[in-house]
Design a protein around this ligand. Structure first.
Ligand SMILES: [Zn+2]
Length: 336
């Protein structure tokens, strides 16, 4: 009896049970690390600094932490499409119009609590002007158009992407003092990418790209949340036709609450023809406004640091199990 009470308690636990307990604890710790590594809802609002790669960003969310936050202050904006479509890839302006209206319905259909978003989105029809930019002294249009030749933009990702490494580009013209958006234009890189409404494994889904760029047009920046429309990259054949809760949270943060719809006509009236007018392009600063842009990266989503840390942890776990746990079990067996 005395001998029983003096015996070390651990010897009453079979070695196989100790092994299972340790592995279970390690797995719990590992999955806790994975869950901790996934960012919480982390939509980002574009700021006047978003297009600058040197701009300071939150290390966890990637959101810009400086600059003036950008958003529309009016109650309604319209989107027009370029009347040429894409002769190079055979996509008509009618197809682009249908996709644009689908994107308008998806973003405009978001509910924030019991109410829809307070920014009405309308389709303005096709326009002959396909020049992105802002006309300070004339009419304007928020144009969505293809660029079959002369794609000029580089991705503003931190991986040094080349000019052919992005699918779309959104220009934002805003009031320098207040961050109020006054114009936006979306260009689609049909020079380097093949778009389709039914993409195969080498083509890019048109609605996925337009939906993403329209998010920028509303004032959202890239999100690091996996599966969100505002994630920075998209691979060929990939479809994202539904907003992620993170996308909805972002648009509701900017446009929740009530506001009068008012006029949907852009500054200076809706411009069909832009010939002969002064047009401000990205980097141009007038007395009142500045034009900036953001590009949608082409290619698969990059693995983030959390995944690499997790893989390293798994490797360490395997090594620890092989050498440390194995030795401990040996010593237990010898003692017994
Ligand atoms: Zn983007």
């Amino acid at each position: 009896m005395q001998d029983m009470t003096m015996r070390p308690r651990i010897k009453l636990i079979p070695s196989w049970l100790r092994l299972i307990s340790k592995i279970t604890l390690q797995l719990v710790f590992f999955f806790a690390l994975i869950l901790r590594a996934q960012p919480a809802l982390a939509y980002c609002q574009a700021t006047s600094c978003s297009s600058d790669p040197e701009c300071r960003r939150n290390r966890e969310t990637g959101c810009t932490t400086s600059g003036i936050p950008l958003s529309w202050r009016r109650g309604c904006i319209g989107f027009a499409v370029g009347g040429q479509g894409s002769p190079k890839t055979g996509i008509s302006s009618d197809v682009l119009a249908t996709v644009t209206q689908d994107a308008i319905e998806i973003w405009g259909g978001v509910s924030c609590g019991d109410e829809s978003i307070s920014l009405s989105l309308k389709y303005s029809g096709p326009v002959s002007c396909e020049q992105a930019g802002y006309q300070p002294a004339a009419g304007n249009a928020n144009i969505i158009s293809f660029v079959d030749e002369g794609w000029a933009y580089t991705s503003n990702q931190d991986d040094g992407a080349s000019s052919s490494d992005n699918l779309g580009h959104t220009e934002l013209t805003y009031d320098l003092a207040t961050g109020e958006l006054v114009d936006t234009d979306i260009e689609l890189n049909s020079e380097d990418a093949v778009f389709s409404t039914e993409p195969n494994e080498t083509e890019y889904d048109l609605l996925t790209v337009v939906l993403h760029e329209m998010g920028h047009a509303l004032g959202l920046d890239h999100s690091q949340v996996s599966g969100s429309v505002m994630q920075a990259r998209s691979g060929p054949g990939e479809l994202r036709h539904q907003l992620h809760p993170d996308d909805r949270a972002g648009v509701c943060a900017l446009y929740g609450g009530f506001r009068e719809e008012g006029s949907c006509v852009p500054d200076g009236g809706l411009a069909n023809d832009c010939a002969g007018q002064e047009i401000l392009l990205p980097g141009d600063v007038s007395g009142k406004t500045e034009v900036a842009g953001c590009s949608f990266g082409l290619g698969p989503v990059r693995h983030n640091g959390a995944v690499l840390v997790s893989l390293l942890f798994l490797l360490c776990l395997a090594v620890w199990n092989r050498f440390c746990l194995g030795k401990e079990q040996d010593s237990f067996d010898v003692e017994k």
